[in-house]
Each structure stands twice: as structure tokens, then as C-alpha cells.
Design a protein around this ligand. Structure first.
Ligand SMILES: O=P(O)(O)O[C@H]1O[C@H](CO)[C@@H](O)[C@H]1O
Ligand SMILES: Nc1nc2[nH]cnc2c(=O)[nH]1
Length: 287
């Protein structure tokens, strides 16, 4: 079946080797930039950048706000490998293909990943521009069997049945809380639960009310599959979401979420997020 093809070890190795043959960097930290958050890696020094289109077996980003480049470089002296743009299920890729970049990172030598994402805020205490440190997720597509791990398992990546109860590393979440305190932004930072839906339509009011009842604090169309694959192959995960819009929870409204607003909020908050990522990378590389 197609899903098994996607996790062909040698195909992923070819992608990793393409990059390793062309970059002098040997990073252990990976960064995935969410919608409009490509600027998280604007300040890398000694940059080496590769278009997704040129990397063998790599999926190509088609969404505004996702450049589609792998960027290596130093973030305040820390070697990092960055996905400037991700791919999503709704672009027409099977779930395994959306997570190919995570496996490529693993074979490049990345052990810790920082994942960022733009989300709608379900929690009524969250404001636009706030940050949510992700402490857990609800894998809605996974409920129906649409998992990136469907298909033949390759033990060289990880076990058939990986646990997910500690998907979002506790120590890294604590480090992140220390970092936001140092930065003096703790009032706009929360810890909560991310729910992934397939998209690309935004949610109805009834769906949003249901998601809130289920215990989700923010909703998006990515991240979860990446985290599942990162944990499957033994990586530590730190993930956060930017609240780019408030979910509309009552029927008496003409408002709709807009992707252009999602990108605009990301642009406004980029300086704090760049700093959060740089400080976390510096701490993660020490352990
Ligand atoms: O999760 P990222 O890629 O940050 O983007 C989020 O924003 C887009 C919708 O505006 C969707 O792709 C959703 O997942
Ligand atoms: N599903 C979903 N994804 C988003 N990404 C940014 N905002 C939203 C939202 O409101 N819903």
C-alpha cells in the first residue's frame, strides 16, 4: 500500500544524503516553521538553503506563508536545520508524506525538534497574538485511521506501537516556561491542548463548540502528524502555537477566519517568537 512506500528507509536516506553532501552543518536541533513563521529562521548565520523541489523524494509546499526551503545555519551559534514551510494533508499529500521532512531530519542527525504552528484559539482566555505551549494533542484524523504510521513499520525508525502519553517533553515545557518568564511575556503565554483537523475549510460553529467540549484549547491543520512521527523515531519535541484568530463560537456573527490575517498576526509576533525559538534551541543543545 502507498503508506508503506512512503516510509521506505532508503528513499528517506537518499533525501538526507542529498543534504548531508551539500551542507557543512551537522545540526541536532530541527525547527519547523508554521504559517507565516518562516522569519523564525531569518537570523541564521552561515546559511545554506535548499529548495524542497530539488531534494529527492521531498514533498513541495503549495500554501501561502510556507516558502518550501530547508535552511541550515547557526542560530546564535547553535547549528540548526529548519523547514521554512511545511506541507499539509489538505494539499493532497497522504499523511505519511506530510511527515517525510521529520524522518529526513532524523537521518541527518537531528534529535530534538521545535515545531511551530498557527492556530485558532478555542480557549476563551486566549487572545490573538498569544502563544500556547503545546502540552498534548487530539489526533482527530488518527481517530479514523489516517495516521502517518499506517502501513508496514520499519524498526529502523521506531516501534510498531509507539506511546504518545509523553509526546511533548515535560522538561522542555518547563524550560519554555522559564524562558518566557525571562523574556517577561508570561502573561501572553499559556499551556494547552492542540487539536488537528484535516482542513482546509475552517470549522463551523458547532464543530468548534464540540472541540472545546473535548478539551482542546487551540485548533489547526498540522503539527500532530509531525509529532507522532518525531516521537516514533525517538526525537524530543517542543511545540508551540501562535493564536492567530479567535474561534467563532456563536451563531450570531458574520465573521470568518482569513488566512491573510493568520499570516499578518504571525508577522506582528515574529520578534518574540524568534527569541523564544533561539533561547529554546540554546537550552536544548546542552542536553
Ligand atoms: O499549522 P500551520 O502550517 O502553521 O498553518 C495553519 O494555518 C493554516 C490556515 O490558516 C493551516 O495550514 C493551519 O494548519
Ligand atoms: N483549523 C484551523 N486552523 C487554523 N489555523 C489558524 N487559524 C485556524 C483556525 O481557526 N482553524
Amino acid at each position: 500500500m502507498a503508506a508503506a512506500e512512503g516510509f521506505d528507509y532508503n528513499a528517506i536516506k537518499d533525501s538526507a544524503n542529498y543534504l548531508l553532501d551539500r551542507t557543512k552543518h551537522r545540526p541536532t536541533i530541527g525547527i519547523i516553521c508554521g504559517s507565516g513563521l518562516g522569519s523564525l529562521v531569518d537570523h541564521l548565520t552561515e546559511r545554506e538553503s535548499f529548495s524542497y523541489e530539488d531534494i529527492p523524494n521531498f514533498p513541495v509546499s503549495t500554501v501561502h506563508g510556507h516558502d518550501g526551503r530547508v535552511v541550515f545555519g547557526l542560530l546564535n551559534g547553535v547549528p540548526v536545520m529548519c523547514m521554512k514551510g511545511r506541507v499539509h494533508r489538505y494539499e493532497g499529500y497522504p499523511m505519511w508524506k506530510t511527515t517525510v521532512p521529520i524522518r529526513v531530519m532524523r537521518l541527518v542527525g537531528v534529535s530534538d525538534v521545535i515545531i511551530s504552528t498557527a492556530t485558532g484559539g478555542l480557549n476563551r482566555g486566549y487572545k490573538i497574538g498569544d502563544v500556547m505551549i503545546i502540552k498534548d494533542h487530539i489526533n482527530m484524523p488518527g481517530f479514523s485511521g489516517d495516521s502517518p504510521l499506517v502501513g508496514k513499520n520499519d524498526e529502523r525508525f521506531g516501534p510498531r506501537f509507539p506511546g504518545m502519553s509523553n509526546a511533548y517533553d515535560k522538561q522542555l515545557r518547563q524550560e519554555a516556561k522559564n524562558v518566557v518568564k525571562e523574556m517577561g511575556i508570561e502573561e501572553s503565554v499559556h499551556e494547552g491542548v492542540y487539536v488537528m483537523l484535516g482542513g482546509p475549510s475552517y470549522e463551523t460553529v458547532a464543530e468548534l463548540r464540540l472541540l472545546r467540549l473535548l478539551g482542546a484549547d487551540a485548533v489547526g491543520m498540522s503539527t500532530v502528524a509531525e509529532v507522532v512521527v518525531a516521537r516514533h523515531c525517538g526525537m524530543r519535541v517542543f511545540a508551540f502555537s501562535l493564536i492567530t484568530n479567535k474561534c467563532i463560537m456563536d451563531w450570531d456573527t458574520d465573521d470568518e477566519p482569513l488566512h491573510t490575517e493568520v499570516i499578518a498576526v504571525a508577522e506582528q509576533r515574529k520578534h518574540h517568537l524568534q527569541e523564544l525559538v533561539a533561547r529554546m534551541a540554546a537550552r536544548m543543545v546542552q542536553k
